[in-house]
Ligand binder design. Structure first.
Ligand code: SF4
Length: 322
């Protein structure tokens, strides 16, 4: 059974480009230690550092490499000073060779702009001008092998909405791991969906409905196949950032569960708080805190189990900035 206590006690396995943890593995012998990752996320995530370039034997220091569009329009990962040195296949094979430990991860933080680790917008060079439209070779393998895996770059973690979105997905992925390691059944899949309904509503209403239909028609016989489809659809939906408008819909939906229990002053306070959040005058944490306060006085079984009310440890303070 997944609950708030065991969710917060366990450090979650998350892969990471080694240089972001301060390891001196870059081509110039330096690192790109990231303070938020090392000081804050490290408390919750059990980081698994990995440097593909060192693993394929390029050494430290080493000559830099980059993505190159060759005369056949193929994208290759080659030496900056010598394009005949081609590391593409070695990096691809390196990505595949990590499959067994990759499949145990609930997320991955990649180093931006790297021809090996970059998640998106990596420069592709040619004879004219570099274009920011590439993906690091190792990162590409990782994301192709595990399309549901929450992946983010350290540069984007500086954005409050993207940071919250990534961490939300990692915690959700971890709850999925706990669910599937604990013998998945039609009933437990249904419960997982029920507890994530409000989160899904805040990200993508269409996926919320489609995933609900998938769960409703799942049988013992189709469970294995349907659970794979569910995970893909679920993580794809969560990847869409939750909008303020969707959050307002969810908050008003939750408010409905207090219709008969609140007196008129409390109702007005709640309506005003949600409205001020809608106008951008308050962060999400304020209506959530008020709702949690009211539900402590007037408990509701469905809401108390919903992960929307406490998707990750509050000490991360992610809802204070969105
Ligand atoms: S970006 Fe990736 S390949 Fe480059 S130093 Fe960091 S971990 Fe190694």
């Amino acid at each position: 059974m997944i609950n708030e206590t065991n969710q917060e006690k366990l450090r979650i396995p998350v892969g990471i480009s080694s240089c972001l943890l301060g390891e001196r593995v870059r081509y110039d012998g330096g690192h790109k230690g990231h303070s938020y990752i090392m000081r804050t996320l490290d408390e919750y995530f059990d980081f698994k550092p990995f440097c593909p370039e060192v693993t394929i034997g390029l050494g430290i220091p080493r000559k830099p490499i980059r993505l190159w569009r060759n005369e056949n329009k193929e994208i290759r990962c080659v030496g900056v000073s010598d394009t005949s040195l081609d590391f593409t296949e070695r990096l691809k094979n390196c990505g595949d060779a990590q499959y067994d430990w990759h499949k145990q991860l609930c997320g991955y933080i990649l180093k931006k702009d790297s021809p090996s680790c970059g998640m998106e917008r990596v420069k592709i060079w040619d004879d004219v001008m570099p274009k920011r439209e590439g993906i690091g070779v190792y990162a590409d393998k990782l994301m192709t092998n595990f399309p549901y895996l929450p992946v983010e770059e350290e540069g984007r973690l500086g954005d409050a909405i993207l940071r919250e979105n990534f961490i939300q997905r990692v915690f959700a992925m971890h709850r999925w791991f706990l669910l599937t390691s604990d013998s998945l059944s039609v009933g437990s899949l249904g419960e997982f969906h029920a507890r994530h309904k409000l989160i899904l509503m805040s990200h993508d209403q269409t996926s919320y409905r489609e995933l609900g239909q998938l769960v409703a028609r799942t049988t013992k016989e189709s469970l294995l196949e349907d659970s794979k489809k569910y995970l893909l659809g679920f993580m794809k939906a969560l990847k869409k950032t939750a909008t303020r408008r969707n959050h307002v819909n969810v908050l008003q939906h939750i408010q409905g569960y207090l219709k008969v229990s609140l007196d008129s002053d409390d109702k007005k306070e709640l309506v005003r708080t949600i409205e001020n959040y809608r106008k951008g005058q308050l962060p999400l944490i304020v209506p959530i805190t008020l709702l949690n306060h009211f539900f402590r006085k007037h408990p509701n079984a469905y809401i108390s189990k919903s992960w929307y009310m406490k998707p990750y440890p509050e000490e991360l303070m992610l809802q204070n900035s969105i």
